[in-house]
Design a protein around this ligand. Sequence first.
Ligand SMILES: [Ca+2]
Length: 488
Amino acid sequence: MSLAMMTKKTTRCGVAINPISFNAACVLFAFASYCLLGVADLDAQQPNPTTANPPNIVLIMADDLGWKDLHCYGNKNLETPNLDRLAKQGMLFTNAYSASPVCTPTRAAMMTGESPARLNITNHAPGHPPGYQKPGTKIKTALWQRHLPLDRVTLAEQLKANGYATGFVGKWHLSHQNKKSNGPTEPELRAEHQGFDINIGGCSFGGPPSYFEPYRIPNISPSDQFNYLPERCSQECINFIEENQDKPFFLCWWNYSVHYPFQAPAPLVQKYEKRKGPGIENPTYAAMIEGMDLSIGKLLSSLDRLGLTENTLIIFTSDNGPFAANVKPLRGEKGYLYEGGIRVPAIVKWAGKIKPASVSQTPIISMDFHATILDAIGIEPDPSNHPDGDSLVDLFTGKSPLDRDAIYFHYPNYAFHKKNRPGSAIRSGDFKLIKFYDDNSVELYNLKDDLSETNDLTRSMPKKTAELRNKLETWLSETDAKVPANAN
Ligand SMILES: [Ca+2]
């Protein structure tokens, strides 16, 4: 057993206050209400820095943020000055992908470096009941794991074992547990038990009951200082880096924004109501994005103020495509294996390593960030984790391009509130093949000519179709991916 697996962690707890500017939206999510307060539990860690001056790591993830949502990704009617600036100081990826078109699998992939297929964490928790068969279909979905098991060695556990202070703020969504289970309880599966010294807000929730006080998130205490969740989380992040500025730190800020419920401060909503139109179909959603950007800006300013920016690797990305935004020119949205479900923003800043204002068209995927962070610090993946991602460090520095044949996706489930079909996909070069389990069909697209995935090439390119289908089948077999079964 590694030191990381033996270390344990601590948490802060609390509750909440106040008003709301609300935009009732399309759909309702059922929020689990049984999250309990995290349990404090601490063993002494044993600092063991691997290099003389290891970089701090700030890993920021947005929730349900679409590829085209940010100003720097082309939404010129929306203001995201802080993320735009981050892109100008670092590298913006135009072909970045989330490991999954839904939340939980992408998060598990980032924490372990393994693909959702290999983890068998393939849907957003809690998801449909085990063995779910959608009415009108002839397949039953396979059983899948609804939380990240405690015996998995996480990125946080590895960094903690290497002397890093580790802080988690925001949405965890890796701790769902059946109340009747004899295993660990939901609070025992939270971030503070997976390598994080602190956990502010991370529980089984896929979205916050409210973005305004009272948030009703079990491990966020009440505050009369901040009334908007992104601002509060930003301050918690700043507190963490101030407290840990004298040693290397890993801050993992997984925003609840911009997941449902759509709520934002009234002045921001009013600002975007006046701009309603292309790119601003939902003014409250737009306001949430700017609100998130502003809160991230405060954290970035604090890194500058504390003199930490030069030695900090900052990563920003999203966990899947948007739930309710205009995704044009992409097809699909959250829950779909079309580009709209999985192509996401990704921006990385690392002073002295990444040339400012770089743009990369290299396809990358969530697990790459796990590999990249370990590589940046100079430590190997834990032997218990199969690395499904690749380090981007040489790509950052321009030393060498990323030499990779293909990236793969596995989503054999149904998303809530969506009409997706269970499937798997491969992207190789400009081509992308999607396999659907309900009728065992495939579709082939050339993304270079057809970003909107409207022209299925399976008939006109049978050889390419067979080649990619074979590669996909080989990968599914190699990862022991669980697939739907015929329902008889
Ligand atoms: Ca999500």
